[in-house]
Design a protein around this ligand. Structure first.
Ligand code: PMP
Length: 503
């Protein structure tokens, strides 16, 4: 074992890791990276098939982002946002708002379930609160929505609703709106109570009457949108208690840590209609789905009125960066992190509306201030990296590369249907989950103790492809610079590893 590995074993406690298992193995020690490739101390190369836990967008050591950080280093790395402004953070806030407000198709915005009661229109996003990671971005959204409901709607004890198996981070507030029994039960005494509602998980949905097929379960499901009906029921019964929900929290289009669970097209817009109909707010957790991960939303020309200025101050133009834009949904809060800096530095942001901002304005002595902040809020190095990353994202070259990669991935993943242990393959843009089962005909799951996912990813690592499973679900989330040949290698490694594991 080399010196670094020895030091790691002596002192480092790794996240979400059974350290007894960790200490029995030689760790892979990464020393460098370039593009989609990571290199270890022994000179072995690996494809970074989950973009270093979903953070890296454009590949490692991208010259444009490296250069932006170096340029910023020559000026200043950090000064406090408590009492001071700085250029990169101001530019980044403006850029995020501009991108997040781009107009998107409104298809499905007013579905059968959209409420008729105290419907609240939502204004454009206009304010950015910076923090450090996905969990803190969610904490900020939760605190703001809580206080907004108290101040503006007179709700005494605001409650939150989120989805079955939701994961929104590990700080206590973010964990309180999470519903993964395995992770969250340990903190039961510390979390505040929140409500849970059925998530659209077509593959294992009790209302889906379709028999298993060799296709994404969303495509062949037979149901009556009962999952949306459950959301409506929750809101209706909560409203009767005179303590209506302050907000609903969702990961748009795809729930990540829940097991890469995608929503059928139209679910999000229908749910937005319900949330609005009950006068509640919508918190979109785009920590995983943001910055092009969900693919390119089609910006429909017909959405732009003749005046050229879309309603609500939402701007038309190149594709936006958020998953909500795929369904024309406008949240009151959007949390972004992971890919914000292209996967370079820990930085996060919570975007919100003028209406929310205004609820915190007042005379100093009224103490309506948002009493929350982090030491590295608005950090210049992070903001410089993020600006460079956003510029890359909007380049034609990146958009085309992403489209190609998405198609290659879709084509390659089809080969996995030949494996009897592959139950469902679900891809949204550049995020893919492959659910392993005992037998696809019965959908019978592996017991978690069998470590089916981990055994496959260990075998993939031996083939030079790194990713991390979520239980029995294998994840592919390649950096956008991944070449078609590299994408094929990722899928081939997965296929061969499943075959080897279940021989
Ligand atoms: N929200 C979602 C959807 C996430 O996937 C994660 C992290 N996996 C978080 C929040 C928390 O982000 P962080 O790990 O940066 O705190």
């Amino acid at each position: 074992m080399n010196r670094v590995a020895r030091l790691d074993h002596a002192h480092v406690w790794h996240p979400f890791t059974q350290m007894r298992d960790w200490l029995q193995r030689d760790p892979i020690v990464i020393v460098s990276g370039k593009g989609a490739v990571l290199r270890d101390t022994a000179g072995r190369e690996y494809l970074d098939a989950n973009s270093s836990i979903w953070t890296n967008l454009h590949g490692h050591r991208h010259p444009k982002i490296d250069e932006a950080i170096r340029r910023q280093l020559d000026r200043i790395s950090h000064s406090s946002a408590l009492g001071l402004a700085n250029e990169p953070a101001s530019l980044l806030a403006a850029k995020l708002i501009e991108s997040a407000n781009r107009t998107v198709p409104a298809a499905g915005r007013s579905g059968a379930f959209s409420g008729k009661r105290k419907s609240r229109a939502t204004g454009a996003l206009s304010k950015v609160f910076f923090s450090d990671d996905g969990s803190t971005a969610m904490e900020v959204a939760i605190k703001l929505a809580h206080e907004f409901a108290r101040r503006e709607r007179g709700v005494k004890r605001p409650k939150f609703l989120s989805l079955q198996n939701a994961y929104h981070g590990d700080t206590l507030g973010a964990a309180s709106v999470g519903h993964i029994e395995l992770f969250h039960k340990s903190w039961e005494g510390l979390r505040f109570a929140s409500d849970v509602v059925m998530a659209p998980y077509c593959y294992r949905c009790p209302f889906n009457r379709a028999k298993p097929e060799r296709a994404d379960a969303r495509e062949y499901r037979r149901c009556r949108w009962e999952c949306v009906g459950k959301v409506e029921e929750k809101f209706a019964s909560q409203s009767r208690t005179r303590q209506p929900y302050a907000a609903m929290v969702v990961e748009p289009l795809m729930q990540g840590a829940a097991g890469m669970i995608p929503q059928p097209r139209g679910w999000l817009a229908r749910v937005e209609g319900i949330v609005r109909g009950h006068g509640a707010q919508l918190i979109a957790d785009e920590v995983m789905t943001g910055f092009g991960r969900a693919g390119e939303p089609a910006i429909a020309a017909e959405m732009v009125p003749a005046s050229g200025e879309p309603r609500g101050g939402h701007k038309a133009g190149a594709a936006g960066c958020l998953a909500v834009q795929h369904e024309g949904v406008r949240p009151d809060f959007v949390a972004v992190a992971k890919g914000l800096t292209g996967g370079y530095l820990p930085m996060a942001a919570t975007l919100t509306t003028q209406e929310v901002f205004d609820a915190f304005l007042g005379g100093y002595e009224e103490f309506k201030t948002f009493f929350h902040g982090h030491s590295y809020t608005g950090n210049q190095l992070g903001a410089a990296a993020a600006l460079a990353s956003l510029e890359l994202l909007e380049s034609r070259a990146s958009q085309e590369a992403r489209r190609t990669l998405e198609n290659v991935l879709r084509e390659e993943l089809k080969s996995l249907w030949a494996l009897p242990q592959v139950g469902d393959i679900r891809q949204v843009g550049l995020m893919a989950g492959v659910e392993l089962v005992r037998d696809w005909r019965t959908r019978a799951p592996f017991d978690l103790r069998e470590r089916a996912g981990m055994r496959v990813t260990d075998a993939m690592a031996k083939r030079g492809v790194l990713t991390r499973p979520i239980g029995n679900v294998l994840v592919l989330m390649p950096p956008y610079c991944t070449t078609p040949a590299q994408a094929r290698r990722m899928v081939a490694a997965l296929r061969n590893s499943v075959e080897e594991t279940f021989l």
